[in-house]
Design a protein around this ligand. Structure first.
Ligand code: PGA
Length: 249
């Protein structure tokens, strides 16, 4: 399956540096990208970054979305607004949203459904924390999160799953290819259980301290269909090295 390498810029990037990063990546993409590439800037920069990457083949995504289309929700961004700015994707259920904003699986499901309704692909994030891994509960946790966060109507065409163990995010402690194989094979089985054959076509991304040095071994794992990249997505050389580790088909 063609890889998807997604950059999650998080709450980083003032105007000048965001535009510089976007135009650097767009220049590289115009000479051809090995796999699909997505950038998810902060919502303040979506419009300007969208203009810079337009025509380069790089796709645009939001880092989160509200479950409703519009209304009295101060500070929130709706999936319809993301689509209106040219986004094709929205990340939902990132562990930082789950932890900092108390988002439960039920909330994540509503957000993913709203993203679908707006015509966006939802990138649903899940992953165990350090204590759960030590207790040997990683598979149990990701299984619960997966089935708890998938809305009605989810399919390979509108849904991507990102396995991001919380202990690996922003810590430099990448999961080993063995850890990743175990969880991704398990998630693939669960996706087939949920969707039948279509479960084979759902992209499964790995995220958590992916960098230029470890991307090729992680992206070579059978059921890893791409990466969700935080810190390294802010450095064009590093991010592009990860893109180049992806698979064309
Ligand atoms: P990281 O973040 O690559 O900085 O670990 C990944 C993510 O949170 O999506």
């Amino acid at each position: 399956m063609r890889s998807l390498v997604a950059g999650n810029w998080k709450m980083n990037g003032f105007k000048a540096e965001s535009l510089e990063l976007a135009s650097d990546l767009a220049g590289r993409a115009r000479s051809g990208a090995v796999c699909d590439v997505l950038v998810c800037p902060p919502s303040t920069m979506l419009s300007d970054v969208g203009a810079v990457i337009s025509g380069s083949g790089i796709m645009l995504g939001g880092q989160d979305c509200h479950a409703l289309e519009s209304g009295a929700h101060t500070g929130d961004v709706s999936p319809v607004m993301l689509a209106d700015l040219g986004c094709s994707h929205a990340i939902v259920g990132h562990s930082e949203r789950r932890a900092n904003h108390g988002e439960s699986d039920a909330v994540v499901t509503e957000k993913a459904a709203a993203a679908h309704k707006a015509g966006l692909t939802a990138i649903i994030c899940l992953g165990e924390n350090a204590a759960e891994r030590v207790e040997g509960r990683a598979k149990e946790i990701v299984t619960l999160q997966l089935h708890g966060s998938l809305p009605e109507g989810a399919s390979a065409a509108n849904t991507v799953i990102a396995y991001e163990p919380v202990w690996a995010i922003g810590t430099g402690n990448t999961a080993t290819p063995q850890d990743v194989t175990e969880i991704h094979d398990h998630l693939r089985g669960e996706l087939i259980r949920a969707f039948g054959d279509d479960g084979n076509a759902v992209r499964l991304l790995y995220g958590g301290s992916v960098n230029a040095g470890n991307a090729s071994e992680l992206l070579a794992v059978d059921n890893v269909n791409g990466a969700l990249v935080g810190g390294a997505s802010l450095k064009p050389d590093d991010f592009w090295a990860i893109v180049e580790s992806g698979r064309p088909d």
